[in-house]
Design a binder for this molecule. Structure first.
Ligand SMILES: [Fe+2]
Length: 386
């Protein structure tokens, strides 16, 4: 195993009904909160009133901003930061899935540093003046954003979906309440499981070295994610499965199952390019579409990593494992079904190539450009299904 570093400064609260400790935990983080949410989910499912009264009970003054959409955009973050600054908010509460949590971190940076969140993407610039303190409540097990400092933001004009990360954007406090999952469709929940799985699978399959603990921890969590998702499919009342799935989501991208092996997240970048072009494709669904074609390329490129995965997992064929999981969860879908034009594959491949050149340290060139084309092409019409 390679040398590694870990930094996990987030105070993490987990469990059913933990949403009700939000007000108590938010006290002391600042005088006035900027409460960031999406438009509909919390309101429609009746959580918003519960959150408002919880905050008021603890005398937390707040301004509510609900202008965050899936695949959050630069202007939603920049506009939020402007309002937060005008209103004198001095800490951020973000409640939602990955989009809301990522946007909340972006707002926390822009309030302190001015300019646009786009100035801080791809590690090109550090937010020198830090970021506002952040408290997150995760409503969807998928991104793991509640337990890491990263965020992904889309620039619609440029059709780019890039990321930022800084030690300042670790949430100071995170709350994960599995009861939110009871209000998500199974399709959504299953797609989220692919997000957490690929956070660990990509580094594993592209690793430069074996890591006894990271490898086994990753397989344990990947196996758990699939098992728990299928348990929920069979019995939506299975609370223990919901608890485990949410915990796996937070652990997947915290660093422990992925560091020390020299792996990269290429498939995430293949997906970011895809949903950068096609905003109607959500990140987890895009990953599900690309998963098997990605594994097929990795089989050729890194056969020893594939073997290691299969041995630890106790299976003969990794491709079959995930193909069958996608089938069982209704996620064996093509990018064509989501309106992707075959003629855009060239443009997407070119965009991936530009990323590889511009950011040579991200390990994106572990797959040649022709193999990137193969992934999009096989995802286009599911031509790999015999
Ligand atoms: Fe992801």
């Amino acid at each position: 195993m390679k040398n590694l570093s870990l930094y996990l400064p987030t105070r993490y609260y987990f469990g059913y009904n933990s949403i009700d400790i939000l007000g108590e935990k938010a006290r002391g983080l600042g005088k006035k909160a900027f409460l960031v949410t999406g438009k509909r989910f919390l309101k429609e499912k009746g959580f918003l009133d519960r959150i408002f009264s919880n905050l008021r009970e603890k005398v937390i003054d707040f301004v509510h901003y609900d202008n965050i959409t899936p695949n959050p955009k630069v202007d939603e973050v920049d506009q939020g930061a402007e309002i937060a600054r005008e209103q004198g908010c001095d800490f951020i509460i973000g409640i939602g899935g990955g989009s809301v949590m990522d946007a909340s971190k972006g707002i926390a940076i822009v309030v302190k540093n001015k300019g646009s969140i786009w100035d801080y993407m791809m590690l090109q610039r550090e937010p020198e003046r830090g970021a506002l303190p952040i408290i997150l409540v995760s409503t969807i097990p998928a991104s793991g954003s509640e337990y890491n400092p990263g965020g992904v933001i889309t620039h619609s004009g440029e059709k780019k979906k890039w990321f930022f990360r800084s030690d300042y954007t670790y949430p100071q406090i995170s709350i994960v309440d599995p009861q939110f999952t009871e209000h998500l469709s199974f399709f959504y929940l299953a797609a989220g499981s692919i997000d957490m799985i690929t956070h660990m699978l990509e580094p594993f399959l592209s690793a430069e070295e074996e890591g006894y603990i990271p490898n086994r921890f990753a397989v344990l969590l990947i196996k758990g994610a699939m098992e728990m998702t299928l348990r929920i499919k069979n019995n939506p009342a299975d609370k223990e499965a919901r608890v485990n799935l949410c915990y796996i989501s937070s652990l997947a991208l915290c660093g422990i199952p992925t560091r020390g092996i020299g792996g990269s997240a290429m498939m995430h970048w293949v997906e970011h390019v895809l949903s950068g072009f096609y905003d109607n494709i959500s990140h987890p669904v895009g990953l599900a579409m690309l998963l098997v074609p990605f594994i097929r390329v990795m089989k050729q490129k890194f056969p020893e990593n594939i073997k290691r995965f299969e041995n630890i997992y106790g299976i003969d064929d990794i491709e079959e494992l995930f193909k069958s999981y996608l089938e069982k969860t209704g996620l064996l879908i093509s990018i064509k079904e989501y309106g992707v034009e075959r003629s855009d594959i060239d443009r997407m491949v070119r965009e991936y190539g530009l990323l590889t050149e511009k950011f040579p340290n991200f390990g994106l060139d572990k797959i040649e450009i022709e193999n990137i084309r193969r992934i999009y092409t096989e995802s286009y019409d599911l031509s790999y299904i015999s």
